[in-house]
Design a protein around this ligand. Sequence first.
Ligand SMILES: Nc1nc2c(c(=O)[nH]1)N[C@H]1C(S)=C(S)[C@@H](COP(=O)(O)OP(=O)(O)OC[C@H]3O[C@@H](n4cnc5c(=O)[nH]c(N)nc54)[C@H](O)[C@@H]3O)O[C@H]1N2
Ligand SMILES: Nc1nc2c(c(=O)[nH]1)N[C@H]1C(S)=C(S)[C@@H](COP(=O)(O)OP(=O)(O)OC[C@H]3O[C@@H](n4cnc5c(=O)[nH]c(N)nc54)[C@H](O)[C@@H]3O)O[C@H]1N2
Ligand code: SF4
Ligand SMILES: [Mo]
Length: 754
Amino acid sequence: MNVEGTPKFSVNRKDVYRPQVGGGWPVIGYWAKNTFSPQGLRLWQKLFHHHACKSCSWGTTAFTNELGQPLQRCMKGLEAEKGDIQKGIDRDFFSRHPLEELQLLSSYQAERLGRFSYPVILRAGSDRYEPIEWRELYAIAQKAFEYPASQLASYSSGRSSNEAAFTLQLMMRTLGSENLADCSDLCHVPSTRALGRMFGTNTSVVELADLHKADCFVMIGSNAPANSPRLMNELKDLRARGGRILIINPVVEIGLVKFASPADLQSLVFGSDIASLYVQPNPGSDAALFLGIQKWLIEHQRVDYRYLKTHTVGWESVVQHARSLDWPTINEICGVSIDEIAMAAQMIADAERVIFGWSMGLTQHANGVDNVMTVVNTALLTGNVAKEGAGCMPIRGHSNVQGFGSMGVTSELKETIRQALEKLLGRSLSRTPGYNTRKLIRACDAGKVSSLLCLGGNLYAANPDREQARRALNRVETIIYLSTKPNIGHFHGLAANQTIIVPVLARDEQTFITTVESGNNFVRHNQPGSTHLDRSYVLSEIEFLTNLAAMVLGSEPINWRRMRAPEYIRQLIAMVIPGYGQIASIGSTGKDFTIEGRILHGGVFPTATGKATMFVTHLPELNVPSSDVMDATVPDHAQPFVLITVRSYSQHNTVVYKQGDEYRAMPHRNCLMMHPKDAAQSGLKEHDRVVVQGQAGKLSEVEVIFGDIKMGSILMFYPETNAIIRPEEDPQSDIPAFKRNPVLVYSSKEFATI
Ligand SMILES: Nc1nc2c(c(=O)[nH]1)N[C@H]1C(S)=C(S)[C@@H](COP(=O)(O)OP(=O)(O)OC[C@H]3O[C@@H](n4cnc5c(=O)[nH]c(N)nc54)[C@H](O)[C@@H]3O)O[C@H]1N2
Ligand SMILES: Nc1nc2c(c(=O)[nH]1)N[C@H]1C(S)=C(S)[C@@H](COP(=O)(O)OP(=O)(O)OC[C@H]3O[C@@H](n4cnc5c(=O)[nH]c(N)nc54)[C@H](O)[C@@H]3O)O[C@H]1N2
Ligand code: SF4
Ligand SMILES: [Mo]
């Protein structure tokens, strides 16, 4: 399979530009180009409108952060707004373009079709979507959701509001279904599991103010310069006041070495140092590296035993286990020298207040939960949790993905929320976990799901093994997509009987106030706003969900018509969701707030014992890629590699804004990053074209680009790579190992360089 946008091969690009700093002038250039364009005025209006940024979960309202500091808006927020002010899709667009044609579109092209601006349906046997009247649409939806609860499911991505999320889960649970799959199942679920078990709270235990007090930050498996850019400001400041930063990443991401912050003139001109030490472990080996760090701390009497005895349980076996490991094994698994492990450990031990932050490089592994627990154990061994300026911080994804979790959009609900819901509904709810995202795909594939409602997202392209995803969705009878904009999922993730697309308003276009929760546990409100779309054809998510629920469930025990008013939903949230009491008045006071009980400063953990629970974690068994696991014949010269799949600089998950990644010097999407020495050993030169064979398929004409990546690994972009991978899954969380896929790479001779 080829990726659209691959330049013709005769171009010999010896002149690939490799930037020496992240952020910087290209960002300013992007702002200038877009905000001075014909749509500039509209963009400025959107940027100044009072709503939480639609991009990442760092959280910014207009240009201000939760501490009231100005200039806190990066270009990612601009990218997201730009997508939403696109024109509505023409009324006759789908009659002119059969699916066959739309299925050829790339993610980049699908996003550019414009906003969904009227409801459409694809009927069985038809070759194209067609407009549908609301009355018929609701009748079909009602029938679909009258199936037995075990055959109903939802999928969501954290782009919608807390109010929509709460309504979705309440509707599904009132129907009797726990099948609430969510994009976090592919993302931070290992963090949620590990923190829940260890701290009794599932989210970050630090707040923004803690970052201002820390003197060391350990960043594991995050490309924050692209994916949480304003966090880089905090890191730059931490370095500037004499603190130290330890980066752990198999790939040298240039913005983690040096970052030029557009919000600070001196930094913009000269660049700011970020990494004090940059450690490059093998992909998937972080648990080994951190066990090594623990062993060093133990052997050098740098463990805070007083803290362990007072604030933790289970530490004895953790210490004993780490002590018992042998250095050569640790070293062999993580590929980091003992000297370097010692430097990393010493940096942590020497600091007063350390924050450990992590993202997908830590979680998306076959041992994702163990990975997170090993990092958290290290934080506890050094007494760095539940005090000001220190703690553990998953760097979350979508702008409201954490809010979705808080609202109970999960296949495994917290007992406290379940009990509150049971009180509300006046009956007991099932305690059997529902389908998470991977289980949902398998259940669909097995024909066990009749009706599926997708609140945003791109279930088809976000999952690995694209053929399986397509086949699975093709077996569902009815799929209803509530979406703002088209993505390839709308053209490939099609149901057997009918696929419906309900166009919805974005968070700044609603006629009422809504809220979202940031990764720092801060709840922001979004003010009502205008839309360029016709409101008689485009709905709020809440309106659609409450209408559907009212039709299927009547008005007892929940008055769904009353729930059309988000003010009332917020009263219910305040009653049901722990720490969310203040949401009840946010509509009238406009007072954003930090969720109670989440930030740990006083040495007490919200567990039964009041202490953190530590668990022994294990060295990962990293399987080496080999041709045996490929269901394909490959030439003898094919070389095994570990494939890391990531986001490029200009994309938001499956939504691609720009083809290349200027910071990694990758000019288009069909590139791979390889270490020059690996290339030499494989007989490859930079710009050669290769085939990358995964367990579920192959990509051809992939251009080799050199980069500073751990030897034995290559890096490519998702979602394209989901066509070829079939990753292992973590038995503790079912998350796919998106960061460690076995592949074989071989040159495509017919496309040899000139
Ligand atoms: N602009 C923008 N912002 C986004 C998103 C977006 O697509 N675009 N997506 C949002 C979402 S949903 C999420 S979840 C976050 C994702 O944010 P990130 O986690 O930063 O996203 P990835 O691109 O997956 O990059 C993961 C990083 O982990 C490194 N890595 C890979 N394997 C390993 C490993 O085994 N160990 C370690 N230590 N590191 C490893 C990679 O080299 C890469 O630098 O960003 C959110 N913000
Ligand atoms: N190989 C590989 N696969 C991965 C990953 C990886 O690193 N590697 N990362 C995984 C991760 S971390 C995640 S979070 C998932 C992401 O998976 P998803 O969340 O499923 O995917 P997105 O691309 O974020 O979904 C984008 C779509 O959401 C819709 N949308 C946008 N805004 C709104 C809104 O306000 N309301 C509604 N209703 N719809 C809206 C639009 O139609 C848009 O096209 O992908 C996962 N898949
Ligand atoms: S850091 Fe995240 S929340 Fe803040 S402006 Fe950038 S994309 Fe938006
Ligand atoms: Mo994510």
